[in-house]
Write a protein that binds this ligand. Structure first.
Ligand code: NAX
Length: 331
């Protein structure tokens, strides 16, 4: 039998946490034969609720779940973890300035970075979910210099999956027959969902999404806007932000990273830019990646047309501004 893997979920008493921890305990993230020990962190006001989640995990009697640590102590939470899913953060409240939210999150990610650096397992893989996800991940990277930068990522898989979902609805086909959409850039409404290289499995082989949709105006207009604004549409409908889809996508992100992407398929991950596709180096930016042996690699050589170029640059600009704002909040 495999040794259990310790998985940290911060903000575990929140909405996404509540959807995510049972998925992890069922093997959705690391596979059906991989035992896990869950480490759940939240802040003192949520300690009682966190304990309630722990009670439910015990009650669910998950065979793969070998232990649960529920704590408000960041060192205890980070100790020995091989996967860290950072869902906890300070939400933007009505009337708050962007800078004030950034200041709060910068200080959270700074201290959690140090705890991970000192106490997590060597080669711990980190996924930042909490917004602003790309920039929180960048702060975490800055303050955990001994964690390899390739181990620090942010979640854009939800946006990727939303794009797959929209194409499948439009063409009235199975979502599992659509692949290789790309989310470029920031997990924000400036992201660029790109279907120029996406394909659909049909009885007569793989066909380009562009050809099957056959409506460039829709692909350049409504499709992009729907994916960009999907988070807001969920809030409007549910009066709460996306939770089950975010949790499921976080599992997809880690699963593919650890266990690999299928041959011929790529996924979107927010990763530390090396300057590929003329995206400024030093941003956490969402790229198409393939994964093998626990490592991601940016897919190279895709053609970028003029329409796409502008969109890639626009979202990069927003991330550069966020980065500058984050640095101005460091003190
Ligand atoms: P909730 O407010 O339900 O939960 C957040 C939890 O984090 C709370 O229990 C809170 O007490 C805790 N927390 C706050 N500060 C903490 C700290 N310093 N250490 C540990 N825990 C802390 O929010 P939820 O709906 O679960 O969303 C969580 C985050 O995910 C938000 O930042 C949200 O914006 C972000 N999202 C990111 C998505 C993505 O695709 N990257 C999509 C979904 C989601 O909107």
């Amino acid at each position: 039998a495999k040794n259990p893997v310790r998985v940290l979920v911060t903000g575990a008493a929140g909405q996404i946490g509540y959807a995510l921890v049972p998925m992890i305990a069922r093997g959705v993230m690391l596979g059906p034969d991989q035992p896990v020990i869950l480490h759940m962190l939240d802040i003192p006001p949520a300690a009682e609720a966190l304990n309630g989640v722990k009670m439910e995990l015990v009650d669910a009697a998950f065979p793969l779940l070998k232990g649960v640590v529920a704590t408000t102590d960041v060192v205890e939470a980070c100790t020995g973890v091989s996967v860290a899913v950072m869902v906890g953060g300070f939400p933007r409240k009505e009337g708050m300035e962007r800078k004030d939210v950034m200041t709060k999150n910068v200080s959270i990610y700074k201290s959690q970075a140090s705890a991970l650096e000192k106490h997590a397992a060597a080669n711990c893989k980190v996924l930042v979910v909490a917004n602003p996800a790309n920039t929180n991940a960048l702060i975490l990277k800055e303050y955990a210099p001994s964690i390899p930068e390739k181990n620090i990522t942010c979640l854009t898989r939800l946006d990727h999956n939303r794009a797959l979902g929209q194409i499948s609805e439009r063409l009235n086909i199975q979502v599992s027959d659509v692949k290789n959409v790309i989310i470029w850039g920031n997990h924000s409404s400036s992201q660029y969902p790109d279907v120029n290289h996406a394909t659909v499995k049909t009885p007569s082989g793989e066909k380009p999404v562009k050809e099957l949709v056959g409506d460039e105006a829709w692909l350049h207009g409504e499709f992009i806007a729907t994916v960009q604004q999907r988070g807001a549409a969920i809030i409007k409908a549910r009066k709460l932000s996306s939770a089950l889809s975010a949790a499921s996508s976080a599992c997809d992100h880690i699963r593919d990273w650890v266990l690999g992407t299928p041959q011929g398929t790529w996924v979107s991950m927010g990763v530390y830019s090396d300057g590929s596709y003329k995206v400024p180096a030093g941003l956490i930016y969402s790229f198409p990646v393939t994964c093998q042996n626990g490592e991601w690699k940016i897919v190279q050589g895709l053609s970028i047309d003029e329409f796409s170029r502008k969109k890639l640059d626009l979202t990069a600009e927003e991330l550069s501004e966020e980065k500058a704002l984050a640095y101005s909040c460091l003190s």
